[in-house]
Design a protein around this ligand. Sequence first.
Ligand SMILES: C[S@@+](CC[C@H](N)C(=O)[O-])C[C@H]1O[C@@H](n2cnc3c(N)ncnc32)[C@H](O)[C@@H]1O
Length: 241
Amino acid sequence: MWRLWRGRNLQRRAPGPLAEVQNEWSVIAAPSAKDPSASDELVSFVLKASQFAQEAELATLRERQGNANRRPGQHYRVLAGLARAWDAHRIVEVGTFLGGSALALLDVPSVERLVTYDLVPWNELPKTMFRADDFGSRLEQRIRDLGDPRVFAEEVDELAQADMIFVDAPKDGEFEAKFLAALFAVEPKAPQLVVLDDIRVLTMIRVWRDIPHDKFDLTSFGNWSGTGVVTRNGFPAEPAP
Ligand SMILES: C[S@@+](CC[C@H](N)C(=O)[O-])C[C@H]1O[C@@H](n2cnc3c(N)ncnc32)[C@H](O)[C@@H]1O
């Protein structure tokens, strides 16, 4: 299943001109007159999150995979910084893979519950960073496709209750646009932070530009292929300590 997904996904993502590293074509584009500026609150929030990223220890992730902390270029520290600055309690992740991002987010003490969705069970991937005892009341994996409207409807309460959602799924030119349209039609129960991976890859350029909410491109602190931050329904009342 994983190989099939990866094969299909990479076909849609054109390799770039560098021989020595994973690289893809991207696009640079000016803001248009109709694009609002990010709010002052959002800019202050991402500055604080970036400071917290600097302080993130990611002890579990480091213990399980030594080089998962690289910056710039990987998003693990900034994910933890964002969760801490948002004072996230309930997180939904779309795209578990080897568990690196879930373990980074669980490093943040405020996080009480993280539900991570994938099409492939974690224990079918030989290089998984998870151990069976990582799962319990704080971490759950659901093997479900949120791109299916029937599944989305069944999971809608989990999504509405999440104060942070990390979307790192196929970037196949279809899923993310569909998922975000459905998500943005749901009223969150509290201020909601949506973090998107890969916003600079070709299949995500349009998706990112079309997001109608307060947003900020945090790529320089996040993943080499793009990290975008979107807020909905305001900001948490209490600043994180
Ligand atoms: C780039 S990986 C996630 C990496 C992980 N978030 C991290 O940073 O460590 C993308 C994952 O999305 C999963 N995926 C693909 N389509 C999906 C879908 N419709 N719903 C949930 N997960 C999906 C793939 O199986 C793959 O494990």
